[in-house]
Ligand binder design. Structure first.
Ligand SMILES: [Ca+2]
Ligand SMILES: [Ca+2]
Length: 281
């Protein structure tokens, strides 16, 4: 605990601190991949730590007062996260975990529950009907899939690589009306998937190593590009650059107040807070 306090700290912008707002940066994280902010303001960050090493992954929590603690430990390579019904759901290699709000970790579905053994579970999203959606990025170039996990923990295939548009699905975002947005890490194409039929329609392209996918209340869509360290906005059917100079910008989220993109920078081990207003140039 002492070590963690020393290793991790906030960097506040003077004006942000005065207004008791979010910090601008958290440093000292261990290969952070994904972040979510709960309704109570608590921020959870998944940390892979060493890639491919089991047991060293963890979830760090930053509470609304800026207090940092390890929320759950003993994970393998945790990645995407989503809150649903007061539990935090996390993808971890070939399984999905459910973590109670006291940090107790349960296996929600294991590798055997999937129609085909997953290779690289990545993002996870919830709809308003207690269903979860998870992307399998395959070998990060091809062979991926997207699965649905219903409230009875039955796993079914939404799309798989029999569809040539499916290479390495990564970021997911439920749009409502049984439609799921998905960005592919290999092709950099944003798709809208009809969850009733499994059909995929191209929305926009040019997102490089598309990773985090965020949709604001007013319908603006932002996508982080892990390979190029940039953030784009969807503008018509193209990628429009809104932020650059990042490194391995991974699965970002929108702050609860809608004013910041919270962006994990995987290799530098940082969580960057980017004001939406400053992101729009
Ligand atoms: Ca690990
Ligand atoms: Ca991801």
């Amino acid at each position: 605990m002492k070590k963690l306090t020393l290793a991790l700290f906030f960097i506040f912008a003077a004006h942000a601190q005065a207004k008791n707002e979010l910090p601008t940066k958290v440093v000292g994280l261990k290969t952070p991949e994904s972040v979510v902010q709960a309704k109570d303001g608590g921020i959870y960050v998944s940390e892979i730590n060493e890639f491919g090493k089991d047991g060293d992954g963890q979830i760090t929590k930053i509470d609304k007062n800026g207090k940092i603690s390890i929320f759950a430990r003993g994970l393998d390579d945790p990645k995407g996260m989503v809150m649903m019904n007061h539990q935090l759901f996390v993808t971890d290699k070939t399984k999905v975990l459910a973590i109670d709000m006291d940090g107790t970790v349960h296996v929600y579905v294991d590798a055997k529950a999937f129609p085909k053994t997953p290779q690289f579970l990545n993002d996870i999203e919830a709809d308003s009907f207690n269903n979860l959606y998870v992307s399998d990025s395959g070998d990060l170039k091809s062979g991926g899939a997207i699965y649905k996990i219903d409230e009875n923990k039955t796993v079914s295939t939404v799309v798989d690589s029999t569809n040539p548009a499916v290479l390495a699905p990564n970021g997911l975002c439920y749009e409502g009306r049984k439609r799921l947005l998905e960005v592919d890490f290999e092709s950099g194409i944003l798709y809208r998937i009809n969850l009733m039929t499994g059909t995929m329609a191209e929305v926009a392209s040019g997102f490089g190593g598309g990773d985090g996918l965020v949709r604001t209340k007013t319908g603006k869509i932002y996508i982080s590009d892990w390979k190029n360290g940039i953030i784009n906005q969807v503008s018509a059917s193209r990628a429009k650059l809104v932020n650059s100079g990042l490194t391995s910008s991974a699965d970002m989220t929108l702050s609860q107040n809608g004013q910041y993109l919270l962006v994990p920078l995987m290799k530098p081990g940082e969580l960057e807070f980017i004001s939406i207003e400053s992101a729009i140039k």
